[in-house]
Design a protein around this ligand. Structure first.
Ligand code: 4NP
Length: 168
């Protein structure tokens, strides 16, 4: 994965549009998996959205429900991307889809710190970029949230496999 920083990142920011569905799930799943591997203290993890509509809100109830049903606790309170501070603070920024990624780059994110989160899904190594989008479940039903949960579980497992390989 050539675009990731040379040194395995310790600070990770998951990003979506509203920061109430996908990126809080990704953050909660990553922390859950890191905890299971005894690596929780190694990483600084946060999530945010490109939009400001839901700032200060807890995750969408459907995201909280699917997480809880799968043993994952969501910790986030929605906030908007803060380009100046976040591009300084986070070594790896993980947008959920190409639209989030384009907004992030337009806001000035260093390209070599930005990777679509599903690029780390080991079952998608031959996928086209379009197939790497995590679909926005906000306007759909609970099934969409379970599908997104499963995608993010595979992606965060792959991400941890990738960045924790070097245990330095
Ligand atoms: P998210 O989903 O980006 O996964 O948090 C959305 C949540 C809210 C809205 C859009 C997407 N919204 O338009 O309010």
């Amino acid at each position: 994965m050539s675009a990731t920083p040379q040194t395995p990142p310790r600070s990770l920011l998951f990003l979506c549009l509203g920061n109430i569905c996908r990126s809080p799930l990704a953050e909660g799943i990553f922390l859950h998996l890191a905890d299971a591997r005894g690596l929780r203290d190694r990483y600084e993890v946060d999530s945010c959205g490109t939009g400001a509509w839901h700032v200060g809100e807890r995750p969408d109830a459907r995201a909280t429900a699917v997480a809880r049903a799968n043993g994952v606790t969501l910790v986030s309170v929605a906030r908007q991307l803060d380009p100046r501070a976040d591009f300084d603070r986070f070594q790896l920024i993980l947008p959920m889809d190409r639209s989030n990624r384009d907004d992030l780059l337009d806001a000035g994110a260093p390209e070599n710190r930005v990777r679509l989160v599903r690029a780390f899904d080991p079952t998608l190594q031959a996928a086209t970029e379009r197939e790497l989008d995590v679909p926005d479940p906000y306007y759909g039903g609970p099934d969409g949230f379970q599908r997104v949960f499963d995608m993010l579980m595979r992606s965060c497992e792959g991400l941890l496999d990738h960045i924790a390989r070097d245990r330095a």
